[in-house]
Design a protein around this ligand. Sequence first.
Ligand code: DUC
Ligand code: ZN
Ligand code: ZN
Length: 488
Amino acid sequence: MSDYDLVIRNARIVTEDRAFDGAIGIKDGKIAALGTVEGDGAREIDAGGKFVLPGGIDSHVHVEQKSGMGVMCADDFHSGTVSAAFGGTTTIIPFAAQHRGMSLRQVVNDYHACATPKAVIDYAFHLIVTNPSPQALGQELPALIREGYTSFKIYMTYDAMKVSDYQMLDILALARRDGALVMVHAENHDMIAWLAHHLVEQGHVAPKFHAIAHARVAEAEATNRAVSLARLVDAPMLLVHMSEIEAIETVRQARAKGLKIFAETCPQYITLTADDLDKPGVEGAMWCCSPPPRDAAGQEAVWAGLSDGTFDVFSSDHAPYQFNAGGKIPKGDKTTFKEMANGLPGVELRLPLLFSEGVQTGRIDLHRFVQLSSTNHAKLYGLYPRKGTIAVGSDADLAIWDDKKDVTVRWADLHDNVGYSPYEGRRLTGWPVTVISRGRVVVENGTLNAEKGSGQFLKCDTPDASRPLGRATPEMTKMAGFGARPLF
Ligand code: DUC
Ligand code: ZN
Ligand code: ZN
């Protein structure tokens, strides 16, 4: 009888604040020994000196969700979680999305019915709240928070989704009282609607005009307003998918004032620009997301925020739509930018993109990579220390990274159901070659080994907004001008 189910030896173990060479002993899905591991494992893996990092947590993904315009995501809980696992992610937090007229309880039940038989890695749920009725605010939300759904997203734009400032205050006040976290899509609805109307009226319907209608100032204004609303009721808030220079500065200043404002950004804002939407016909729809990719200066502002600690989490905002009439372009080549489905796939490439573009270039170091990709997600959403770290007692969710492996992105090699990748042809260095979820080796040698339905639902604790999140150390901040110290 072996001492452990699995032992990983010869590993360079990196957490948000430690880096050491050693071994990891795993029993019953948990880390049971760390550092020097005496005894043997029923299975032993020699990591060959490669980095072993906490499995990624992607806290912003859309799976089996209908958009506000009624378009179904291309990924279900099987393809979505398989794709996540191949990209080094061992936990996802998708949305259980309320559309107006639905009860939140029914929505949650429906998403569980989708996820339970299909997920191959663990998952929690955020709620999307579009109808903060007295019933939702008075009964459903307080009960759901107690049951482990402790974060909810609200929209300041989209006709079918947006809530008013008054409703935002109601939701924020409830979140403050019950210890939940409100996630905000911050774009000024009327600015976008007005610009879009006039662009279309003048015949400017191509995908590139999406990036013009979703003007930078629309994100800057809404971010400033959202932060002011949070300030009024002293509630914590997370700004999702941030892309814009002034908005990022607003977060920095709010933090300096002591406000509990948290921030997320995504791969598209460090790797793409609005020029990617400027393609013949409707092809640019493949790069259409909201907020849109900006420009080189915007990318540098996002990198500075990732490096200096302004951003807490780096999520994919995986919003997968195929490039056809059932997805991105409902009217085929007659689709105007107003009608295109908004969103990009990214759950599989989130971590390889950040590793290659961030760690390998020295913009961030590996500790910061671990915070942004895993640990801070667990802390923010009430999953820490079960998830998000490598420690005795934590779930054995791990990724073994080969930092020398060169990969040229081909959608055909990915595992989502989208049919294209916005990153096709990009060369990346560094890849999660072996992925372990609760002690199960789910990805190895490019092969999946996980049963449908083997992922488990995770109840989130109420996030403690006063818990110190991993932020850039003073040393990291000093190098905000890039050029991280080598880890070893
Ligand atoms: N917001 C998201 O979070 N994802 C896709 C599109 C959007 O508007
Ligand atoms: Zn959004
Ligand atoms: Zn999203």
